[in-house]
Ligand binder design. Structure first.
Ligand code: MF3
Ligand code: CO
Ligand code: CO
Length: 272
């Protein structure tokens, strides 16, 4: 299948993306100390199936048995929902994929659970910022290496490291399509963006070492040094002049717009 979507496919992607955004908006108020990630999973499942009349995209993909990934603290990605309650001070990434009209939307947020340490908040803020900066670069003619390098350099400039083993991806009628969207790279190298491409950018940024540990369950990925890891993800469309964030949430729209205005005036706004 072509990596360039036509107008009708883009309409379906917009719809799937908007539903994905709505799940994250709906689950946000439930992310509080004491809630279990299994309860969050159940909520997202029912919200997608019953309220949005759509399909939980992760459920059954590669035999994954849940609707969302819940990655707490040192978990980098693909954490399984569990019966362990979230604690005040935790950070938790919730990654949601929704299938609707035959197409996928994919997005994630790292939430702060109650009062969180300044250092954890900073990691989460910089991770979101790295995604926003990368999205702002998207337009026809830009190379994937430009985007990857921007994320890696930004993370390193704050003393953090980028996970290299997992990447963003093309997305459409399959959750994972070509191309791979690496969060590091060499400017000027890699595939050139073209109008009509749809892909995710989903940087995972660590406080300490970039090195990860794969656990025996075949899913859970943690940092090797057990320090924190954060992640944000959006599904992006390359337009004629730039980009459209297909999974942008209503409440995020305003802060992202002001971010774009202030981009070169030294990050003045805090989103968190
Ligand atoms: N949503 C994840 C991503 O960003 C994929 C999760 S793998 C699955 O690509 F098996 F859980 F679906
Ligand atoms: Co993804
Ligand atoms: Co995802």
């Amino acid at each position: 299948m072509s990596i360039i979507k036509n107008a009708q496919q883009i309409q379906c992607m917009r719809y799937a993306g908007s539903l994905t955004a709505r799940v994250l908006e709906a689950v946000e108020p439930l992310v509080q100390p004491g809630v279990t990630t299994l309860a969050l999973d159940q909520f997202c499942h029912d919200y997608i199936v019953q309220h949005l009349k759509a399909i939980p995209g992760c459920l059954g993909q590669y035999d994954y048995p849940y609707t969302i990934n819940t990655s707490v603290n040192e978990v980098v990605c693909h954490g399984w929902p569990s019966n362990t309650p979230l604690l005040e001070g935790d950070i938790v990434n919730i990654d949601v994929t929704v299938k609707a009209e035959g197409y996928y939307g994919d997005s994630s947020i790292t939430f702060l659970v109650g009062e969180v340490s300044e250092s954890a908040r900073h990691l989460v803020y910089i991770t979101q910022q790295s995604l926003y900066r990368a999205i702002a670069m998207v337009k026809p003619g830009v190379k994937l290496g430009d985007i990857g390098a921007s994320i890696d350099e930004f993370a390193q400039s704050h003393g953090y490291s980028v996970v290299k083993e997992f990447c963003g991806h093309g997305i459409g009628q399959q959750m994972h399509e070509q191309p791979d969207v690496l969060h590091y790279g060499v400017p000027g190298q890699g595939m050139m963006l073209q109008e009509g491409m749809t892909f995710t950018i989903e940087p995972m940024i660590n406080q300490g070492t970039a090195r990860i540990k794969m656990h025996a369950d075949g899913w859970t990925v943690t940092t090797q040094d057990k320090r924190l890891s954060a992640q944000f993800e959006h599904t992006i469309l390359v337009t004629q002049t730039g980009f459209e964030v297909l999974t942008l949430r209503d409440r995020e729209r305003k802060s992202f717009a002001s971010y774009l205005d202030l981009e070169n005036k030294n990050d003045a706004i805090h989103f968190l």
